[in-house]
Design a protein around this ligand. Sequence first.
Ligand SMILES: *Cc1c(COP(=O)(O)O)cnc(C)c1O
Length: 426
Amino acid sequence: MSGKQSLDTICIQGGWQPKNGEPRVLPIYQSTTFKYETSEQMGRLFDLEENGYFYTRLANPTNDAVADKIRKLEGGAAAMLTSSGQAANMYAILNICSAGDHVVSAATIYGGTSNLFTVTLKRFGIQCTLVDPDAPEEELEKAFRDNTRAVFGETIANPALVVLDLEKFARLAHSHGVPFIVDNTFATPINCRPIEWGADIVTHSTTKYMDGHAMAVGGCIVDSGNFDWEAHGDKFPGLTTPDDSYHGVVYTRKFGKAAYITKATAQLMRDMGSIQSPQNAFLLNIGLETLHLRVPRHCENALKVAEYLKSREDVAWVKYPGLEGDRYYQLAKKYMPQGTCGVISFGLKGGRSAASRFMDRLNLAAIVTHVADARTCVLHPASHTHRQLSDEQLVEAGVDPSLIRLSVGIEGAGDIIADIAQALEP
Ligand SMILES: *Cc1c(COP(=O)(O)O)cnc(C)c1O
């Protein structure tokens, strides 16, 4: 299929391309292994001399079809699925960083990613400097070191709802000869395609809007194919010098624009094994088939709910980048003019106790540790994900004790607002 198709068509038809007599619907290749006629053929696969499936930890046709759909949606050159968003971000970094290397990341990122970067990767010898994404470029320059190998940020940060200035971060990364990695989970390619703004690698927790129904945990990495690894070969020897574990293959030379993803598959999947199950990839594909319909509806509903919350006397503050007057409204207009996401955060004047009371009284919105699915859901970080912290510690961690994270679903907006209204009644 041509690369000029609309996102709507790619959502439905991208990826699986059945040949004559093959199933119309993407089949679940529920097989760990694949059969060959000769030992010689199988050997060539192991040497990366030939394309083909041999073991699902490395590659599976169901997974590949879904990865290809996401690759097309993001406008990338190559893509792979992972078992989770966490695995996607871990591989995205580990594929180009070793002990002694350093990463610059926006501080406003998902808590799990922040832990990964500052605690777990630190144990691997990889350092991370967290920066204020709104700081001026001169200030951000100071975070870079000789051993910096990547810049990382989220298009719309979960849960801070900070919209990243993608062009600014791409400029910084490229002036230091390193790739810019963007987690595009909240915006999705329907609202923003970071590669068009200079991102080199895009990651996803497909668990969120892409799946959209809270069915399956998953992740994805898309490589734009645009970063010139060889021009900065001293920084990325893993891609530009022979890999002894594959008979001396040099990924950039042999695989061109697919070098980064091929290395991540051949080395990281082989050795660490965070593959997505083909069952989950099948479910993810069903989710993707309606992504272009669901995302605009999430945004439309969230804007109505944000406007309603803002109009109420008992609501202290509302954060939603799609709301006029929001700190990130202008950046959102630039990078995602059609909409942002369905997630809103707000605080009640009554603080922490009012938040608990409000949440207990909700009927339609469910209390769950999740965001970005079809059903409206709500979480109070101070009582849940951050419950071990005191109010003072919460403020230090940048989590207002009153913050309620509301993930607006695609039910009727009037019903969502009515549920909020009755729960706020004195
Ligand atoms: C949820 C989330 C992740 C982690 O994804 P999992 O699929 O839960 O492992 C990473 N980044 C962002 C922005 C997320 O919202």
